[in-house]
Design a protein around this ligand. Structure first.
Ligand SMILES: [Zn+2]
Length: 402
C-alpha cells in the first residue's frame, strides 16, 4: 500500500529549505533568504522576458505618494482602512496599496497620439496593505506585496486584441507550472460607473476574446468591479487545490477621474480604455503556492541549488571543486560539500534539500573526467562525462518544464 506523505505548509518548507522567514519585527512582511530570492528572481526573469516579447514597457513608481492622488482616484474613500499613511512637512502621504493611479502620471507626462496606443506599462511594484494581524498567513496573506502588475492604455477598437493577447500570455505562463485553468467573466454590478453601452462593449470584448481562444468560461453575474467588467483566472495545483490568480479588468473609471486622453485621427481628444492585469498576482502568494505545489522539489530551472557536488575521499576534493567551478561558470547554481563525513550521509543531506542532481567525484571519476550522477526521485544514473552531463541539464533548464 502506498503511504501518503504528510504535506508540509510553505512556512514549514521555507524553514526547512532556508527560503524565507517571518519575524515579529515586521508582521506580514517576509524576509527573503538567498535561496528564496533565487526563486523570486527566476519568476521576475520569466515574466520580464515574456513582457519584453509582448512589447510592454517597464516603469517604476514611488512607494510613497501624497494622499491626494488616491483621493482623486477614488481609492481613498473605499480603501482608507487598508492604507498606511505617513505625515511629513504637514502633508499626508500614503504607502501605495496599488500601482494604478501612479501609472496615469506617466501616461499624462506627455500628449499621447492614437499612434502611441496601445501603451503597455508593466510594473513590479511593492505595495503595502494594512491587513489585520489576525488574518496574516505566511506568504498567502501579507502586508507587503510585490505585484506583477500592468496597465494597458488602448483605443476602444484595440480592446479585444489586447484581451486576446492577455489570455494567451496568462495561459502560456501557467502552462510552465502545469496548472489547469478555469475562467470566469464577472459582469456589471447594479452600482456601476460608466455608460451601459460602454459596459456592453467591454463585456463583449472579454467574452469574444475568450471564445476566440476556445476557452470555456462561467459568467459571474454582477460580480464585476464598480469601474468595469473583468476576467478572473483560477488554477488548480498538483494537490487539486483551486487558487484565484490572474485577472484582466477593463476600467472606465481611471480615464474619467484622471482626465486621460489621446489625440485621435480627427485631431480630437478621446478617452483611452484602461486594462489592469496581473498574471500571477503577487510574488509572495504565488511563491507560497509553488512551494506547496512542488513540496519544495522545484523543477530544475526554479531550484535554488540545481546541482550538489560531493567528493568521495579527501584525495578528490580538488577535482570536486573544479567540477563546481566549471558548472558555476556556465550559469548553473551549484553547491560543493567537502565535509569530512561519509558519502552516505552527504547524499542523504542533499536529498533532504531536494536538489535535482547530486554529483559524486571519486578516484575512478577523477581519472576519467566523469561524474557519478544521482537524480532526485530516480537515484543512481551511473557515470557520465562532465561535459555531457552539463549540456544535458542546460537544455533541461532551458525547456522550463513543470
Ligand atoms: Zn491597476
Amino acid at each position: 500500500m502506498k503511504i501518503l506523505k504528510k504535506l508540509l505548509s510553505h512556512q514549514e518548507l521555507g524553514t526547512q529549505l532556508d527560503l524565507y522567514s517571518f519575524h515579529e519585527i515586521a508582521p506580514g512582511a517576509p524576509f527573503w533568504h538567498p535561496k528564496g530570492m533565487v526563486i523570486f528572481r527566476e519568476l521576475e526573469k520569466i515574466i520580464r522576458e515574456a513582457l519584453d516579447r509582448a512589447n510592454y514597457q517597464e516603469i517604476s513608481t514611488p512607494i510613497m505618494v501624497r494622499k491626494d492622488l488616491f483621493e482623486k482616484s477614488g481609492h481613498f474613500k473605499f480603501y482608507k482602512d487598508l492604507m498606511f499613511t505617513v505625515k511629513n512637512d504637514n502633508q499626508t502621504f500614503v504607502i501605495k496599496p496599488m500601482n494604478c493611479p501612479e501609472s496615469t502620471i506617466i501616461y499624462c507626462s506627455k500628449v499621447r497620439s492614437w499612434r502611441d496606443l496601445p501603451l503597455r506599462f508593466s510594473e513590479i511594484g511593492r505595495l503595502h496593505r494594512k491587513e489585520l494581524s489576525g488574518v496574516l498567513n505566511g506568504l498567502f496573506r501579507v502586508r507587503q506585496i510585490t505585484m506583477d502588475d500592468a496597465h494597458i492604455y488602448a483605443r476602444q477598437n484595440q480592446m479585444i486584441d489586447e484581451i486576446d493577447n492577455l489570455i494567451k500570455l496568462i495561459n502560456n505562463f501557467y502552462k510552465i507550472f502545469g496548472f489547469k485553468t478555469s475562467y470566469y467573466l464577472a459582469t456589471r454590478p447594479d452600482e456601476a460607473m460608466g455608460e451601459k453601452s460602454l459596459w456592453n462593449k467591454a463585456e463583449d470584448a472579454l467574452a469574444n476574446a475568450l471564445k476566440q481562444n476556445k476557452i470555456k468560461y462561467e459568467i459571474q453575474p454582477k460580480e464585476g468591479a464598480f469601474y468595469g467588467p473583468k476576467i478572473e483566472v483560477h488554477v488548480k495545483d498538483s494537490l487539486d487545490r483551486a487558487w484565484q490568480l490572474g485577472t484582466i479588468q477593463v476600467d472606465f473609471n481611471m480615464a474619467e477621474k484622471f482626465n486621460l486622453s489621446f489625440v485621435n485621427q480627427e485631431g480630437k481628444r478621446e478617452k483611452p480604455v484602461v486594462i489592469h492585469r496581473a498574471v500571477f498576482g503577487s510574488f509572495e502568494r504565488f511563491i507560497g503556492i509553488l512551494v506547496e505545489n512542488y513540496q519544495g522539489a522545484f523543477p530544475i530551472w526554479l531550484s535554488p541549488v540545481q546541482v550538489k557536488v560531493l567528493n568521495l575521499t579527501d584525495r578528490n576534493e580538488k577535482y570536486a571543486a573544479n567540477i563546481t567551478a566549471k558548472l558555476t561558470a556556465d550559469g548553473l547554481r551549484v553547491e560543493l560539500n567537502t565535509a569530512n563525513e561519509t558519502i552516505g550521509k552527504k547524499i542523504r543531506e542533499a536529498e533532504l534539500e531536494k536538489i535535482p542532481y547530486i554529483l559524486i567525484a571519486g578516484d575512478k571519476e577523477e581519472k576519467t573526467g566523469t561524474v557519478a550522477v544521482r537524480e532526485r526521485g530516480k537515484g543512481n544514473l551511473g557515470t557520465e562525462k562532465l561535459e555531457k552531463f552539463k549540456s544535458k541539464i542546460l537544455s533541461e533548464i532551458k525547456k522550463k518544464s513543470a
